[in-house]
Design a protein around this ligand. Sequence first.
Ligand SMILES: [Zn+2]
Length: 203
Amino acid sequence: MVSLIPSPDTVMQMLKRTGAFREGHFVYPTGKHSPNYFQMPLAFRYYDTARVLAVALSRKFRVERDISSQLPKIAIISPSSGGIPVAFGVRDALSAEQIYWAEREANGKRMFRQYVNQGEVNPCIIVDDIIRSGHAIEETAALVKELGAKVIGCGAIVRFTSAPSEFEGAPIKSLVEFDAHMYDDGEACGDCKKDSPIEHVRF
Ligand SMILES: [Zn+2]
């Protein structure tokens, strides 16, 4: 029998197969070193994989009475471009009425791509492809509140265990909780000690 929500192991296999998760010796633009690298859009380039992941995440929201009872009058919101395919997939699975996405302006401030006004946003679920620090979710929730709307759920395909596990008392939903190893510099990095070749990557 096909399980309704794939296990974290199955999801990790999908991420590996698509190149969205890699193991090696990576250095980020911040100078931090890590043996793991996620590039989630590589998983979302395959439509079937994208659909399986988004449907699975949607099921974690649908079981919440506070969410299912408000359908379809809810909005699915992505904090950035990386979350847009997740947002569309979750919207589709839940038949939610609205979809919005935010992006960072040149001044660094996060804004909704749609120029919406007070009262136009339904109670919302914020979804992203990956939650590394939780800042993107927090900034997006602040935008939602400025517009007088309520956040009724948050989630992502992968959540780093270093990020918050709840948002305002509600657990953050994810398909995988990943214990990411990050080292501030080469001094602290085990792979540097082994002289393994470095690959420079962007977020
Ligand atoms: Zn290193």
